[in-house]
Ligand binder design. Structure first.
Ligand code: XMP
Length: 316
């Protein structure tokens, strides 16, 4: 019968059998699946695991530090790579959403390959593939398109490792339960999904350090607010968007001409369709006040009241 403790022992011994003395490489995204896998592999193979966390400069406020603080003390051999400058240079002046995704995917592979060579050789590549991913990849052209849309491409032949995928038979809830027993802090364990391209697809049009910095502060106020008001777990995903709209406002005796931030929160079972979350007006009022008071580059806040379809969850 399924108990998480029992399954952890089983997964650990399966990994040990598969990997033997081999060295294992893992890409950490900061999400629950790869973080939990890092903890499991640390338990199974210890120092034979190298977990690479690429900071592409598109992470949320404090995210890199949170991931490091969660994994390092639990024995994960974590290498953080500061690739912010490379990603910013590659994205300079790019405004098309699909172009942004392609460039980020390509830069990610490039950085990951470089680190794989620097710390290698490795025998195995670990991936946090879940049961629904296995089904989806097996399921026809439409599903395959979604996968290629959401995931980065393959690695070159000389880095063609054998795959270790201990979560292939598991659902998300089971991974979260395993994460709890392995000691992953709740703020990562119960976190909403966050897209691979990160804040780049929430900062509409061409990105810049300045715009990302504005967005990061708005996002942090909104997400912290949801947690503070006990609303976070009731949403499937929540995000802030920095729009390129500038509009007229007033502050004291002065007119302003500043950016509009959008907030979006949704509920969904499968992320294929979604409803906008009916957040309380009082909460939205508090968020709007905090944002315009603390982020001076913003003079207008709007809440997205569109379902999916026709709108997607992300704005790009
Ligand atoms: P949309 O915006 O298409 O998003 O309604 C559905 C879910 O997928 C996430 N998403 C992505 N995840 N890379 C990812 O890893 C991407 O390029 C990407 N685009 C969207 C989105 O955050 C939502 O959870």
């Amino acid at each position: 019968d399924w108990t998480a403790e029992h399954i952890i022992d089983e997964l650990v011994s399966d990994v040990q059998t598969q990997v033997g003395d081999g060295r294992v490489l893992l890409a950490i995204s900061g999400g629950v699946d790869s973080s939990t896998l890092g903890l499991l592999l640390a338990r199974a193979v210890g120092e034979k695991l190298t977990a690479v966390f690429i900071d592409h400069g598109l992470l949320r406020l404090g995210e890199r530090e949170q991931v490091e603080a969660a994994l390092k003390p639990l024995g994960v051999n974590l290498v953080t790579v500061d690739a912010r400058a490379e990603f910013m240079a590659a994205l300079d002046g790019v405004s098309d959403p699909e172009q942004k995704r392609k460039i980020i995917g390509r830069e990610f592979i490039r950085a990951f390959e470089r680190e794989a060579r620097a710390y290698g050789p490795f025998d195995f590549l670990a991936q946090g593939t879940l049961y629904p991913d296995v089904i989806e990849s097996a399921g026809g052209e439409g599903a395959a398109n979604i996968k290629s849309h959401h995931n980065v491409g393959g690695l070159p032949d000389d880095l063609a490792f054998k795959l270790v995928e201990p979560f292939r038979t598991l659902f998300k809830d089971e991974v979260r339960e395993i994460a709890r027993l392995l000691g992953l802090p709740d703020h990562i364990r119960m976190r909403h999904p966050f897209p691979g391209p990160g804040l780049a697809i929430r900062c509409l049009g061409a990105i810049s350090e300045e715009k990302l910095d504005i967005l990061r502060r708005v996002d942090d106020i909104f997400i912290s607010g949801l947690r503070e008001f006990g609303l976070y777990d009731g949403c499937s995903q929540a995000l802030a968007i920095l729009t390129p709209i500038q509009s007229v406002g007033v502050m004291g005796d002065e007119r302003t001409y500043s950016y509009t931030a959008a907030l979006r929160a949704v509920t969904t079972d499968d992320f294929m369709t979604a409803e906008w979350a009916r957040l309380p007006y009082e909460f939205l009022a508090t968020m709007s006040n905090r944002i315009v008071n603390q982020v001076h580059e913003i003079n207008r806040v709007v809440y997205d009241i569109t379902g999916k379809p026709p709108a997607t969850i992300e704005w790009e």
